[in-house]
Design a protein around this ligand. Structure first.
Ligand code: IPE
Ligand code: IPE
Ligand code: MG
Length: 248
C-alpha cells in the first residue's frame, strides 16, 4: 500500500491552504483537562502542519488562530491565549527560520495587547528574508472585518482621487483586502466536525474547495493535511463551467 505522501500528486499542490483550527476545547474536555491545555496541545499540530506544507511546496498557509468573535470569550481564556501566542512565537522563531518560513499576520492587530504585537513584529522581522512557506496567522480576524476595512481604504482612495468609482471591480477590490498579495485559497480545511465558516475568509473562499474532518485540532498532523490535499486533488473545479468544457 502506498503511503499518504506517495499518493499525493506533487504536480497539483494548492498554492494557498487555509485552516480553521477548531476543537481545542473539546479535545481538552475529552482528556479531562482545562481548555487552555487544548490550545497548548494545538501548537504541536501547527508545527506539524507548517512542516508538512513546507515540505510539499505550499506557498501560503493561513491559520485562523483568533477571531473577532473570540474576544467575547471569558477573559481568563482570552488572556491565556494571548500568553500562549507570545510563548509560541518565542519558542518557534528559530525553528521557523531553519525551515525558511516567513510570517505574516492578517486581522485587526491594532487591538491586540502591546506585548503580542511586539513579539509578532519581532518574529516577522526575523523571518522577512526567508523564501519558503508564507505562514499567515489570522489574529483578531474576521471576513466581515476584512471587507469593511477594505471598503474604508477604498473610499479614502476615491475621496483623494487616487481611483475613480468606475474603475472598481473584483480585481481592484481584492487588492484592498488583507490577503492582497496572495492567491485565493484553493483549499479550506476545518477540523472538529463543525460545518461552518465562522466569519473566516469570506470573499477569498468564493471558489475554494472545502474539506471538513472530525479530527479535533490537537490531533491533526501533517498526514491529515496530506489526506485533505488528496481529497482536493480528486475534486473537479468547474468555476461555473460544465464538466465537458473542462475536458475538451
Ligand atoms: C479553536 O478551538 C481555537 C480557538 C477558537 C481560539 P476552540 O477553543 O474553539 O475549541 P472548541 O470548539 O471549544 O472545542
Ligand atoms: C473559529 O472557531 C475561530 C477559530 C478557529 C480561531 P470558533 O470555535 O470560534 O467558531 P464557532 O464559534 O464554533 O463558530
Ligand atoms: Mg470552537
Amino acid at each position: 500500500m502506498k503511503t499518504v505522501s506517495e499518493r499525493l500528486d506533487k504536480n497539483n499542490i494548492p498554492k494557498h491552504i487555509a485552516i480553521i483550527m477548531d476543537g481545542n476545547g473539546r479535545w481538552a474536555a475529552k482528556h479531562g483537562k482545562p481548555r487552555i491545555m487544548g490550545h497548548e496541545n494545538g501548537v504541536e499540530s501547527v508545527r506539524s502542519v507548517v512542516e508538512g506544507a513546507g515540505e510539499i511546496g505550499v506557498k501560503h498557509l493561513t491559520l485562523y488562530a483568533f477571531s473577532t468573535e473570540n474576544w467575547d470569550r471569558p477573559k481568563k481564556e482570552v488572556d491565556a491565549l494571548m500568553g500562549l501566542l507570545v510563548h509560541a512565537i518565542e519558542a518557534e522563531t528559530d525553528e521557523l527560520n531553519k525551515n525558511n518560513v516567513r510570517l505574516s499576520v492578517i486581522g485587526n492587530v491594532a487591538i491586540m495587547p502591546e506585548e503580542v504585537r511586539h513579539k509578532l513584529n519581532g518574529c516577522i522581522d526575523a523571518l522577512k528574508n526567508n523564501s519558503g512557506l508564507n505562514l499567515v496567522l489570522a489574529l483578531s480576524y474576521s471576513g466581515q472585518w476584512d471587507i469593511v476595512n477594505a471598503v474604508k481604504h477604498l473610499v479614502a482612495d476615491v475621496q483623494q482621487n487616487k481611483i475613480t468609482q468606475e474603475t472598481i471591480n473584483n480585481e481592484l477590490f481584492q487588492n484592498y483586502l488583507s490577503t492582497a498579495k496572495m492567491p485565493a485559497p484553493e483549499l479550506l480545511i476545518r477540523t472538529s466536525g463543525e460545518y461552518r465558516i465562522s466569519n473566516f475568509l469570506l470573499w477569498q473562499i468564493a471558489y475554494s474547495e472545502l474539506h471538513f474532518t472530525n479530527k479535533l485540532w490537537p490531533d491533526f498532523r501533517k498526514q491529515d493535511l496530506f489526506e485533505a490535499i488528496i481529497d482536493y486533488q480528486n475534486r473537479e473545479r468547474r468555476f461555473g463551467k460544465t464538466s465537458e468544457q473542462l475536458t475538451s
